[in-house]
Design a binder for this molecule. Structure first.
Ligand SMILES: Cc1cc2nc3c(=O)[nH]c(=O)nc-3n(C[C@H](O)[C@H](O)[C@H](O)COP(=O)(O)OP(=O)(O)OC[C@H]3O[C@@H](n4cnc5c(N)ncnc54)[C@H](O)[C@@H]3O)c2cc1C
Length: 455
């Protein structure tokens, strides 16, 4: 599992995921889950917690956390869609409020679960500071604050530039808002912790077991791996960007590559130059934002900005991109000129699943409702995957809960235009947004046009 260890700072800290137990022979189960990232593991846990008698088998191509779940920034946030304003605009006040509250609940449940299960994932709850670095970003901060007010939510606190800079001292920050409900975790450790929690409840997790085919049979579904197969009543497809291999899903999803760089550990004098004493997670208000946070071993993690798009299944050769790393370092230097003596020492990336309107989606493949998929959180899946896992359970066990009325289920994904138009449209809009972001928002009309093309 050498390649697992080199996926990210988090997987290298975790060392080894342990010896895999590949699937061998034929196994019968109630549910087979494909993919052992957050989505697959939360779904498996939700299923056995609802009914401990269920036989659940998880099949993972590599190791738990090999995908985006072991490589992300570790921000578990309430965000669904692009931001709160976007959520309200797209689904209306009743469903936006219900979605936000459901997300808030996920954060509390993730924390409680880690406490109960003793999952050591360096979980912190320092809150999320969203900052503006330019006039158009000021506007977006105000839009979110107004949306929160309209929804009767009191969890976004307006912050002046001085208040923001007291939390993290970047001379570029103009103003912002603070939300207490945000966790920072070591995502690879969380993922391995979920795997072990699932195993303790009798879920069989077979790693090094890529599913070569998942097909409906007259009595259920069959998942084939190189050395075995699982016959199950139902299946969960939790393969994130890798789901682009499924033609019916390829109609509305694409792959987005997200990247992160990290600094060397800072010494106390260097930390004193940025403050950051509460360790708050920070995101800016670019359309394709930067996110940054301290790591448990005293580094600064700096990610976001470029998010190149591709069509078709992920290409592991794109997990590292020196050009994107250079651009991330450039923006780190821009934000923190006082840290010129802090070296950027590494970087990594990973594929996430994007959708045209930036909404995740949970639903069934095929009319027989035997295969349930959950994907499309783009860069906001750490907490959404738990909600998606619960929804998957509700749908598979035919329990029509309030969760099944949330936009993740009811908002149909926007289909991509046929090729090559889809590629041109999404790729073109993405390039315009990147340019607008890089020019510090001096062309908001163009940005609105490009965003409209993505909706
Ligand atoms: C650099 C980066 C930074 C990010 N930062 C954040 C953040 O700070 N906060 C946030 O909320 N989100 C963030 N995200 C997004 C977040 O990581 C994802 O949305 C989330 O992890 C998706 O989880 P998942 O389980 O759906 O997918 P994944 O974790 O990608 O899991 C899918 C799994 O399926 C397996 N698989 C694929 N094909 C097969 C097959 N045929 N058979 C068996 N197994 C298969 C893969 O090996 C993989 O392990 C970031 C992502 C990246 C890449």
């Amino acid at each position: 599992m050498g390649s697992w260890r080199t996926r990210s700072l988090w997987t290298s800290r975790a060392g080894s995921p342990g010896e895999p137990e590949p699937l061998g022979g034929t196994r019968v189960a109630d549910v087979v889950v494909v993919g052992a990232g957050f989505t697959g593991l939360w779904a498996a846990l939700a299923l056995v917690e609802a009914d401990p008698a269920l036989e659940v088998v998880v099949l993972e191509a590599k190791a738990a956390g090999y995908g985006a779940s072991g490589r992300n920034g570790g921000f578990a946030m309430t965000m669904v869609g692009r931001n709160l304003h976007d959520l309200l605009r797209k689904v209306g006040p009743t469903r936006a409020r219900a979605t936000h509250l459901a997300m808030r609940e996920q954060l509390h449940e993730i924390r409680a679960f880690c406490d109960r299960e003793g999952i050591a994932c360096d979980l912190q709850a320092p809150g999320l500071l969203t900052v503006s670095n330019g006039p158009e970003q000021d506007h977006r901060i105000r839009q979110d604050l107004e949306a929160a007010k309209r929804l009767g939510l009191d969890d976004l606190e307006e912050c002046s530039g001085t208040q923001c800079r007291a939390l993290v001292d970047s001379p570029r920050i103009r103003l912002g808002h603070f939300e207490q409900d945000c966790l920072l975790v070591d995502p690879a450790a969380l993922c391995l912790g979920l795997r072990e929690a699932a195993r303790r409840r009798g879920v069989r997790v077979h790693e090094a077991s890529p599913v070569l085919s998942l097909a409906e049979t007259p009595t259920g579904v069959r998942a084939r791996t190189p050395a075995g197969e699982v016959h199950a009543d139902r299946a969960v497809l939790a393969t994130n960007a890798y789901a682009a291999a499924v033609p019916a899903l390829r109609r509305f999803l694409f792959t987005v590559y997200a990247y992160i760089v990290v600094s060397e550990p800072l010494d106390p004098g260097q930390w004193a130059r940025v403050g950051w004493s509460t360790g708050v997670g920070v995101e800016d208000k670019r359309i394709m934002p930067h996110f940054h946070r301290p790591t448990p071993d005293g580094r600064i993690l700096w990610g976001g900005r470029d998010a190149p798009i591709a069509f078709g299944p992920p290409d592991p050769r794109r997990d590292r991109d020196p050009r994107v790393f250079r651009r991330l370092e450039e923006s780190f230097r821009w934000a923190f000129p006082q840290l010129a003596d802090v070296a950027i020492v590494g970087g990594w990336g990973g594929p996430v699943c994007g959708t045209v309107n930036c909404f995740a989606t949970v639903g069934f493949l095929g009319r027989r409702e035997r295969i349930c998929y959950a994907l499309g959180y783009a860069g906001h899946g750490v907490a959404q995957s738990r909600l998606a896992g619960l929804i998957v359970r509700d749908l598979l066990l035919e329990q029509r809960t309030e969760r099944c009325e949330l936009p993740l289920v009811t908002k149909a994904p926007v289909p991509l235009p046929p090729e090559p138009l889809g590629r041109w449209l999404v790729g073109g809009a993405q390039r315009i947004l990147q340019e607008v972001d890089d020019r510090q928002d001096d062309r908001p009309a163009l940005a609105r046009l490009a965003l409209a093309a993505l909706e």
